[in-house]
Design a protein around this ligand. Sequence first.
Ligand code: SF4
Length: 64
Amino acid sequence: MQITIDEAKCCGAGQCVLVAPEVFDQRDEDGIVVLLDASPAAAQHAAVREAATICPAAAIQVRQ
Ligand code: SF4
């Protein structure tokens, strides 16, 4: 799995952090997403896919 994020789209909703806190974080100053792990272990894949699905800005792309 390879994750990319589009900071320009992110609106700082934080849904991804709630669902997959080991993969996503948010910047303290403006809440924009920070990708902690671009190729997470298999145990994280389901949570990452859910994060990509529920992100209101469609800012998370997942390959594979
Ligand atoms: S869920 Fe989407 S919009 Fe919200 S912080 Fe994460 S990437 Fe940004």
